[in-house]
Design a protein around this ligand. Structure first.
Ligand code: FAD
Length: 289
């Protein structure tokens, strides 16, 4: 099933994102993550794709997507980047995914990692999306940025290129994490005005540690609203208190987004099923309304 078909059924789509564990993690750790996530019955689970493909990982993106689809019977979406895949790599992957019944790809540009020379067959995610649509019948999703992509000179050109990406073949969008819902609602309005009419999921990352959130914010450029800065200032040195406050913040964000009619919630789980369960459990009736 193409993920875009999940939307428009009168309820909010709820999905989760995981990453392939590193080589030094126990080989079965992915099963622990998935065993926990299956209990919250996500509409789909997506698997990230790192620079350098599967080297350094104990299982590849494609392998985990196949496990999700075939052993857990949950729709899977495999991430894929331009910098990490040549045209020949994409052709091979499309064949493998087809064989394994994985029907969805998140087409991304990726960021250059100095340790791995980038592949250059596709420059932008829109080119990758167009190629996949032209050479397979796999569903194609893409990324979007409520506060603009960090390299974009302004929000207008950001949405213009996003529209090009949708016109090139992206059938569903998943947003970068953000902490201020007003940023997301304003972004949605810009998209709809620009004629972007595919479903757009809101990406939510619970704040669980001050260090990891500062790192994420410096990488992706998301801004921290005062409400969250206060939480970090007050509980930053108290891991359990920060965890509770971070989960409460994420639940509050999600309930407000659903009340505002968002198409879907995409939870960045950081492979932590307990936190995902706690959050999903607190919005069960809200998300099925
Ligand atoms: P693009 O859509 O190609 O855009 C990149 C930049 O180029 C933007 O500034 C855009 O405005 C601009 N642009 C686009 N088209 C043009 C054009 N024709 N001319 C000029 N400028 C243009 N990274 C990973 O490595 N692995 C992952 O698994 C992964 N998963 C992600 C999941 C989500 C939901 C998100 C939001 C991001 C993810 N990323 C991942 C990070 C992503 O790869 C980076 O944010 C990257 O910098 C941009 O990727 P993109 O697909 O959005 O790029």
């Amino acid at each position: 099933m193409k993920l875009c078909e999940l939307f428009g059924q009168g309820r909010t789509v709820f999905s989760c994102e995981i990453f392939p564990p590193k080589k030094d993690a126990p080989v079965d750790s992915i099963y622990q993550t998935l065993d926990g996530l299956k209990d919250i019955r996500p509409d789909f689970i997506s698997v990230t794709f790192g620079a350098g493909g599967s080297s350094g990982l104990n299982r590849s993106t494609h392998e985990i997507a196949s496990i999700i689809q075939n052993q857990y019977h949950i729709h899977a979406m495999a991430h894929l980047t331009c910098v990490g895949a040549s045209q020949a790599d994409v052709d091979t992957l499309l064949e493998q995914l087809k064989e394994d019944g994985v029907e969805n790809i998140l087409a991304l540009r990726g960021d250059v990692n100095p340790d791995y020379p980038p592949k250059t067959d596709f420059k932008y995610a829109s080119e990758l999306a167009a190629y996949i649509r032209a050479h397979s019948d796999i569903g194609v999703s893409a990324a979007c940025y409520p506060e603009g992509h960090p390299e974009s000179p302004d929000l207008v050109s950001d949405v213009r290129y996003l529209k090009e990406k949708v016109d090139a073949g992206a059938q569903h969008l998943v947003s970068q994490l953000f902490f201020d819902n007003e940023d997301f609602f304003r972004f949605l309005e810009r998209c709809r005005i620009a004629g972007i009419d595919v479903p757009i999921e809101a990406g939510i990352m619970p704040v669980l540690s001050a260090k990891s959130i500062q790192r994420m914010v410096s990488l992706c450029g998301a801004s921290l609203p005062q409400k969250l800065t206060r939480i970090l200032a007050r509980y930053g040195d108290h891991p359990q208190a920060l965890r509770e406050a971070g989960i409460a913040y994420a639940i509050d964000q999600i309930s407000d987004l659903i009340a505002g009619g968002v198409d879907g919630i995409h939870l960045y789980t950081m492979n932590n099923p307990d936190v995902a369960k706690q959050i999903a459990g607190s919005v069960t009736s809200i998300r099925t309304l």
